[in-house]
Design a protein around this ligand. Structure first.
Ligand code: ADP
Length: 328
């Protein structure tokens, strides 16, 4: 009963590799439904890693290997079973480590992306500075070149701010800062802050808000709403429109932003919440995107138990809704 209730897989074999005992987790993890009593353990799996751990244990050693079965990573641990000074068989324990592997992969990918994203503006800054330093720029062009340096430096600062915010969200160190937050004031204040950007594109902005509060972190909610509204402006067409709503719905408090912009291609819609994911890399850089905005939105939603829904029609526009539970 004990081994049947383990989530780890367990196999006990004799020295001829025949199975003496097993639990159902072992069969599930190895992706087989054979009834393996008294068969060779190799009927369950024949991969190199599996054979290695079995062989090493039967030679008296301890072995560990990771194998990939049915889209999952399994870590195998084996040890010999001794009878006096003779090897009588082996015990193999199997752990599903898919989530850990996935986390490690994301972390590696994130570090590589951060380095790349920071290096790009820094290379430009260094290039412009070098040309000026070597006296290759005419006096009248100095303003343009230093302007470029200033823009690239601002881009780096924006990136670093977003990265810091994301790592704070990862550590979820905000729980103590949760308090009653007036979403209506935050929304109105953000609309004011973004007014110049909306006017520059001659956008018609409709704002409808109700006096609603949630339990949350003011700074994070501000950032979440700001990112969504800013995207609705950045990715909008000239003379388009955007609509921002905050209202009480049957299921909770609903905040939504819709725009008449370029929309998001269907195949990218699941991915835009990933870190550094941008639909159009070159254009996004031009309009000042870091590719981290929606990822911050996603983590902010998780922190507040809110649910995000994206609906977007390429060429027509995008709507993003955030539903906060009433008790949040
Ligand atoms: P960025 O800083 O590049 O705007 P985000 O994480 O905020 O990064 O968004 C990721 C990508 O999703 C953007 O690069 C853009 O391609 C797409 N996107 C986000 N919001 C919208 C929108 N309202 N309309 C069209 N595309 C959008």
């Amino acid at each position: 009963t004990i081994t049947e209730n383990m989530s780890e897989g367990l196999l006990v074999i004799d020295k001829k590799t025949d199975i003496l005992s097993y639990n159902s987790s072992a069969l599930t993890l190895l992706g087989t439904d054979l009834t393996p009593n008294m068969r060779s353990v190799f009927t369950l799996n024949r991969s190199y890693g599996f054979r290695e751990v079995v062989d090493k244990a039967l030679q008296g050693g301890h072995a560990e290997e990771t194998i990939f079965i049915n889209s999952r990573y399994c870590r195998l641990y084996s040890n010999p079973v001794m009878q006096g000074d003779k090897i009588a068989g082996a015990v193999i324990v199997i752990l599903d480590i898919t989530e850990k592997e996935e986390r490690d992969r994301l972390r590696r990918e994130f570090s590589a992306n951060v380095s790349h994203e920071l290096k790009t503006p820094l290379t430009s800054i260094s290039g412009f500075a070098e040309i000026i330093h070597n006296g290759l720029v005419k006096q009248e062009d100095i303003k343009k070149f230093t302007g470029n340096i200033y823009d690239e430096a601002k881009r780096m600062i924006a990136l670093i701010d977003d990265i810091i915010r994301l790592s704070q969200l990862d550590e979820s160190s905000f729980v103590e800062e949760m308090k009653d937050v007036d979403l209506q004031s935050i929304t109105r204040e953000i609309v004011e802050r973004l007014k110049p950007a909306a006017e520059a594109k001659r956008l018609r902005t409709e704002v409808y808000t109700e006096a609603l509060h949630v339990h949350g972190v003011p700074q994070i909610l501000d950032e979440m709403i700001y990112n969504l509204c800013e995207n609705a402006i950045k990715y909008n067409k000239d003379s388009g429109s955007l609509s921002i709503e905050l209202k009480k719905a049957a299921e909770g408090i609903l905040f939504s932003v819709s725009d008449t912009g370029c929309g998001i291609p269907y195949e990218d819609q699941d991915r835009v919440f990933e870190r550094f994911y941008r639909v159009d890399k070159s254009h996004s850089k031009e309009i000042g995107g870091t590719g981290l905005g929606l990822s911050i939105v996603k983590h902010a939603a998780i922190l507040h138990n809110a649910k995000i829904t994206l609906s977007s029609v390429p060429g027509h526009g995008t709507k993003i809704e955030v539903l906060f539970p009433v008790t949040a």
